[in-house]
Design a protein around this ligand. Structure first.
Ligand code: FES
Ligand code: FE2
Length: 348
């Protein structure tokens, strides 16, 4: 197996990954979720906070999602050991006193943003869930547009949006319109800004050109090679789309598209936001559908890069320097390996 992180079938960059929609997890509900090869029991306690624990009970390995939520705790179905939100077992019904230190499962930091539940793949999150650069610090409205699957790695899906050549060959845009400039912003974040201008080649394009004082707005902010924000639209109204991606067990991409806008106040503001989100959703759905044929069959291998691939190469170079997630220890490839090598979460 190669040491490269890019397009890796198991390793992943440290970061926030989407788990499920917030609305899918009610108070008092527990769900079995599988994220990036790892089984989790995710629940929402009475206080409304989402807790993500490694799935298998420290006692005998029952899946904790078979159990029930009690207040802010999770009780295993099998012998009723009770777990606190930090993964510690704090009650063993048939044994008085404090449970042994080994009686714990790993717990993962979670957050909720843009109508999604997110999980950080390490002990402590290095930062909050990423934001759209233009909307940083603002309150947002979100609209979950769709879920989708692509038969390739999330890294490859993200590359599509910075692949200048294909906008010309697949989407029929004039070649000079999109020229993506890479702007690394930090260890886990790289932005790409379009510096290409709208050509004055006919009436239609001249009309479009009036909407842009400088370059045609098409800016991206990529995190962990898996989550991308796209900002586009005329100078007077920018649309923001979140593509939250993660890798499934078969190496496929499991994606979620969310339309975003800043929250405007008042009734009129709320109505206006609805319209903007509906427009954004239509654009987002087009993006999510785009190039599907290629993603079904591609075996990504950039053997012959040319000058027009420089944004793609910048993305790969930046991604390779990102810290790997502390995640594989405890991840299992298939249900079969899980039975052969039971995961004992207690020691971690
Ligand atoms: S397996 Fe969970 S309490 Fe026994
Ligand atoms: Fe495309």
């Amino acid at each position: 197996m190669s040491d490269a992180l890019f397009n890796h079938p198991r390793d992943l960059a440290q970061g926030w990954y989407w788990l499920c929609a917030s609305a899918e997890l009610r108070r008092g509900q527990v769900k079995a979720l599988r994220l990036l090869g790892r089984d989790l029991a995710v629940y929402r306690g009475e206080d409304g906070a989402v807790v993500a624990l490694d799935a298998y009970c420290a006692h005998m390995g029952a899946h904790l999602a078979e159990g029930r939520v009690e207040g802010n705790h999770l009780r295993c179905f099998f012998h009723h050991w009770r777990y606190a939100a930090d993964g510690r077992c704090d009650e063993i019904p048939c044994q008085p006193g404090t449970p042994p230190a080994k009686a714990r499962v790993r717990c993962w930091p979670t957050a909720e943003r843009y109508g999604l539940v997110w999980l950080w793949t390490g002990a402590e999150a290095a930062h909050g869930v990423p934001e759209v650069p233009e909307l940083a610090g603002m309150e947002c409205r979100s609209w979950r547009v769709s879920r989708f699957r692509k038969n390739c790695h999330p890294n490859v899906v993200l590359i599509n949006a910075i692949d200048e050549q294909h906008f010309h060959s697949v989407h029929n845009l004039p070649g000079e319109v999109l020229q993506m400039q890479p702007l690394p912003r930090g260890t886990s974040n790289i932005e790409f800004h379009n510096v290409g201008k709208v050509p004055a080649r006919n009436v239609w394009w001249r009309l479009i050109g009036r909407c842009y004082r400088n370059a045609l707005t098409y800016n991206l902010s990529y995190w962990y090679g898996s989550t991308g924000f796209v900002t586009l639209g005329p100078d007077f109204l920018h649309c923001h789309i979140l593509f939250a991606l993660r890798r499934g067990d078969a190496g496929e991409t499991q994606g979620c598209t969310v339309a975003l806008t800043r929250r405007r106040s008042g009734l009129f503001g709320a109505l206006f936001d609805r319209v903007v989100l509906a427009l954004t959703a239509a654009v987002g759905a087009y993006f999510a559908r785009g190039d599907t044929r290629v993603f079904q069959t591609i075996r990504f291998d950039l053997r012959t890069p040319i000058a027009a691939d420089r944004a793609v190469l910048a993305f790969i170079r930046h991604f390779e320097q990102q810290p790997r997630a502390d995640w594989q220890d405890g991840a299992t490839d298939t249900a079969a390996t899980r039975h052969l090598h039971p995961v004992a979460g207690a020691d971690r």
